[in-house]
Design a protein. Sequence first.
Length: 428
Amino acid sequence: MSDRMRILIVILLSTALLGEVKLNPFGDSFRFSLGIVAYFFGLLWFSVPVLSTGLLTGAFVVLFRIGMDAIGGEANLLSSFLHHVPTFGFYLAFALSVKLLHIRRRAEFPIRVGLIGAAADIISNSAELVIRFALLESAPFSWQSLLLIGITGVLRSFFVVGLYNMLSIRQVRELGEWRKLELERLILLNSSLYEESFYMRKVMSHVEKLTRESYRLYKKLMEQRLPEHSEALQVAENVHELKKDLQRIVTGLSKLMKPTKAGDRLGIAELCGLAVQANEKYAEAIGKPIVFRLHADVQLYTNQTYALLSILNNLLTNAVEAIADQGIITVEAELEAELLLFRVTDNGPGISELEKEWVFEPGYTTKFNPEGYFSTGIGLTHARDIARSMGGTLSLCPSQHGTRFELQLPIGQLIRRGEYDEDEAVPD
């Protein structure tokens, strides 16, 4: 069964069932019910053909009511049919009115939709009264009845429009929240890619130097007419191929990380919040009840999102892993003259005096993975080198309890010309 068929069945059943929630204002079979509410809402919410849905709904409601009469002991099927067939005219007239007034084109204008729905309701009820008068000659038709029909039409129409807009706003908010979470995930992912591409560029510079030196060695062996010159040339060619492969990878990563115009700047407070949020989830995942405190009342923006997130994520992840069970991690951001300062403090076991001079050395680590192997020991080296590339510093500061790292960055480095943005870095 297709999705459209399921939607049509839902509209038919809900219209027929809610049609039994009724009020007979004139004492005969003419009724005001909630059936039209379900039908009108279905037309607004779902992409179904208006006229065919109206024909099917009218026919189904008539058959449903005849069936209800039969179950209730009404023996005369012809009488039941004559009493309920005007309902078919009601739904057909409503569908025609909605179709001719192009209500779906005005879905973003609630008042217009409400007025069109009210007009369609009034026209449809009037048509039903005329049909009843022609078939049964018992339906009252006066100005009082028209006034009641008008009031009922307005109430039912604006009730549907209000419900439709309420659900639409909720749907938009949920979509916005999902997109926000997805954007945060992508930003954090890109910060990890930035860290790797930063060191790939550093490796590429070493490879370029090695290419020059290997070619120089080949030229020297050639001048001395030594037989090893062919091997040296082969080495130089292989290194050159490696350099081109690295260039392609770095270029591809740079394209992936280049932000869109809508998202090229991020507030410092929001950026710190992203880093804290990610590490709250990390702490929760490894079963550590850690409290994170964020103090970042800084009205500045940056397009160096991935670089800063790489540094902050590294410091916060180290703090989470340093705390044995439960503890507190504090992230602070503040302005001091022409510098932006970040401080990450934890109340873990701290770093001994002997280890302090080694923490930024590549390969130095005190962490083991679950299998008992040493960690790579290059996280803080990464963070320090990224800070230096931005003209800043990353240092380990004295702390009475736990560990404190401080990142200092010149405000002028928050937005760089020639990378992602053309504008100056300015306070908000």
